[in-house]
Design a protein around this ligand. Structure first.
Ligand code: NDP
Length: 296
């Protein structure tokens, strides 16, 4: 079997176009422009690239983008004061604090100071609890993007066996909650899981979120399974820098029914879902109906 490639880049462009349509409608019919504030503390090069591209795409879909760049020595007090200001600013519907933060800042405290209704990353403890109890919440962008691709490919996920490899708070755990919410039978695997190959071989859906280059070989994949590769690993091969996932794409594509590539799979969906979450937050803040197909 040769797997169908799930084109995350094309799907993300479709999601952004949907968001842009809804934003145009909000402006025309309600005079409201959704606004996303991104806070970057320090000069981490990767974070700077992410923030720049988030800002560019926010403007491209017609939203207002507010960038707050603070120097690496910013005190916790000053950062919390900025978040408080953004929480109380009605033109800001989404707030994202770019992680990781410099070591002297308490990440949990900072994230939990964001108004949960504006927490477009879905990391606030209230949103984690709401998702865990199956209530309306802000859903973390990367797992939301994975769920959208799975729903688009399969329609209903009900009754499918899903294995999520990785139990981080930002990917693995929320991903498992979302799959459970769609009535999959979910196994969460991690570094202590026994017989990981056998666990993965049972799955109709495999989501790999580990951070280990090409760790999952093709012979772990059940014939016809859908493979969502969240991993982004920079490696050197044949003297060149290359991005690879957590799945060995070449061998997995021979057995899977469908698979996301790296790059061009989950990555582009993450920013598209950030924009979708900002739109959702804006609609909720204004007691307007939520955009269809853009929430969990
Ligand atoms: P973390 O490092 O926070 O978590 C990794 C998880 O993998 C842990 O739960 C760990 O288990 C598990 N793990 C490690 N080694 C093994 C192993 N040998 N067998 C089974 N499980 C193992 O990573 P993240 O969740 O933050 O990210 C995972 C990957 O996804 C990374 O490559 C990251 O770059 C990428 N990523 C991509 C995004 C995108 O937009 N596409 C967004 C976010 C992340 P344990 O808990 O036992 O230590």
């Amino acid at each position: 079997m040769v797997a169908q490639v799930i084109d995350g880049k094309a799907f993300a462009a479709k999601v952004r176009a949907q968001v842009a349509d809804q934003v145009a409608k909000l402006k025309e019919e309600n005079g409201i422009t959704p606004g996303l504030a991104v806070v970057l503390v320090g000069e981490d090069p990767a974070s700077q690239v992410y923030v720049r591209s988030k800002g560019k795409m926010t403007v491209e879909v017609g939203m207002n983008s507010y960038e707050h760049k603070l120097d690496a020595e910013t005190s916790e007090e000053d950062l919390l004061a900025l978040i408080d200001k953004l929480n109380n600013d009605p033109s800001v519907h989404g707030i994202l604090v770019q992680l990781p933060l410099p070591k002297h800042l308490n990440e949990d405290l900072v994230i939990n100071s964001i108004d949960p209704a504006k927490d477009v990353d879905g990391f606030h403890i209230s949103n984690v609890g709401l998702l865990g109890t199956g209530q309306k919440s802000m859903v973390p962008c990367t797992p939301l993007g994975c769920l959208m691709m799975l729903r688009d490919h399969h329609g209903s996920l009900s009754g499918m066996d899903a294995v999520v490899i990785g139990r981080s708070n930002i990917v693995g755990k929320p991903m498992a909650q979302l799959l459970l919410g769609d009535s999959c039978t979910v196994t969460i695997a991690h570094s202590r899981t026994k017989d990981l190959p056998d666990v993965v071989r049972r799955a109709d859906i495999v989501v790999a979120a580990v951070g280990r280059p090409e760790m999952v070989p093709g012979d772990w994949i059940k014939e016809g399974a859908t493979v969502i590769d969240v991993g982004i690993n920079r490696i050197e091969r044949d003297g060149k820098n290359k991005l690879v996932g957590d799945v060995d794409y070449a061998s997995a594509a021979e057995r899977a029914g469908a698979i996301t590539p790296v790059p061009g799979g989950v990555g582009p969906m993450t920013i598209a879902c950030l924009l979708a979450n900002t739109l959702t937050a804006c609609c909720r803040a204004n007691s307007l109906p939520e955009p269809e197909g853009l929430t969990a």
